[in-house]
Design a protein around this ligand. Structure first.
Ligand code: TRP
Length: 334
């Protein structure tokens, strides 16, 4: 972990909404083996979360919940640096500096800003606008070379690369220019009712997503209602059979079975039986995660200890970059 020669992975997740099966199978699960080859940093982006109004009690609860769920999903806090963005002051400090190296014209093009300001017309605040600049600071502080994100964050990553290159051109090689690590189509878990859309933790319709803390009967009920096509074939075909393909992805990721094996086993047996098999696999996969979660969540002091140690480790790395930035800008050393 202290081997500085290892490349760095960093990602962040907003402690808003509720973590879904899609977050687990499409993201967290893929992060587990990364710590063998990379120094990995994962943070709760609470500073980003307040760009839209949050209920304070809920934000705190979700932050504990997300941390406990990450660990319950297998993300070992010894092998990965788990921390809260608000605990590492360097984020806000570099965020300010990078605001001075980002053009308004660039921020005006950000599609997430356009979407979010259309959704929150009564609160189009400056933080929402410069959200991608803080995200660039998050990434560049750690000299991350790989950034696991969803497809929707690609534009923010491009901006991060542009800002890093601009800064490096002016001041020498201060920042590592990062690459996005985007899961391939097919590895993504889609909404149950609208399987051409991503399964999202912020979806308002409850039945679109399976939440990691859903009890077994809820999981069964939601899968029974999953949208399928009018045929009866079990075959992987994202364009023609998005609902069936999505459930095949879920079954394959939870049971380890290949698409071919799944198609052979369930084809011709009707969607009802197939859905039940998917539900059984999901319930079985989530049972140990939920048990571990309850144990971790009951020990709030233990969770805070994880965050304190994470913030110490993160600060060591982040402060070194910030110092370099202050130095090239001409600030008097502290
Ligand atoms: N904007 C990201 C999202 O909504 C969250 C995020 C903030 C992030 N900072 C980051 C992701 C740094 C990766 C790296 O998904």
């Amino acid at each position: 972990m202290t081997d500085t020669a290892r490349p760095i992975v960093l990602s962040g997740i907003q402690p808003s909404g509720r973590l879904t099966l899609g977050n687990y199978l499409g993201a967290i699960k893929n992060w587990l083996p990364l710590s063998e080859r990379y120094d990995c940093y994962y943070m709760l982006v609470d500073l980003h979360a307040i760009t839209v109004r949050q209920d304070p009690a809920q934000l705190r609860e979700r932050s504990y919940e997300f941390l406990a769920l990450y660990i319950a999903c297998g993300l070992d806090p010894q092998r990965n640096v788990l921390f809260a963005q608000s605990h590492v002051p360097a984020h806000a400090r570099l965020g300010w500096i990078l605001n001075c190296y980002t053009q308004m014209g660039e921020l005006n093009r950000m599609t997430q800003f356009k979407d979010k300001s259309a959704k929150h017309v009564d609160n189009i605040n400056a933080g929402l606008y410069s959200y991608p600049v803080l995200m660039a600071a998050d990434i560049l502080l750690y000299q991350a070379s790989q950034v696991p994100v969803g497809d929707d964050q690609k534009q923010h990553l491009e901006l991060t690369r542009d800002v890093a290159q601009r800064f490096n051109n002016l001041y020498g090689k201060v920042f590592t220019v990062p690459e996005p690590m985007i899961p391939p189509v097919g590895a993504r878990i889609m909404s149950l009712k609208e399987p051409t859309k991503k399964m999202s933790k912020s979806d308002e319709a409850e039945t679109n997503a399976i939440y990691l803390l859903d009890p077994p009967d809820t999981i069964v009920r939601k899968l029974k209602k999953a949208e399928m096509d009018s045929g009866n074939e079990i075959r992987f075909d994202i364009a023609g059979k998005p609902g069936v393909s999505n459930l095949m992805s879920i079954l394959s990721a939870t049971s380890g079975e290949s698409f071919d094996a799944i198609a052979e086993r369930y084809n011709g047996q009707g969607y009802g039986k197939f859905k039940q098999a998917v539900a059984d696999a999901v319930v079985e996969c989530l049972a140990p995660v939920q048990a571990k979660y309850r144990e971790l969540r009951a020990d709030e002091e233990g969770l805070r200890k994880v965050l304190r140690s994470g913030a110490d480790r993160a600060s060591a790395k982040a402060d070194a970059t910030l110092k370099k930035v202050h130095d090239v800008l001409g600030f008097i050393p502290e």
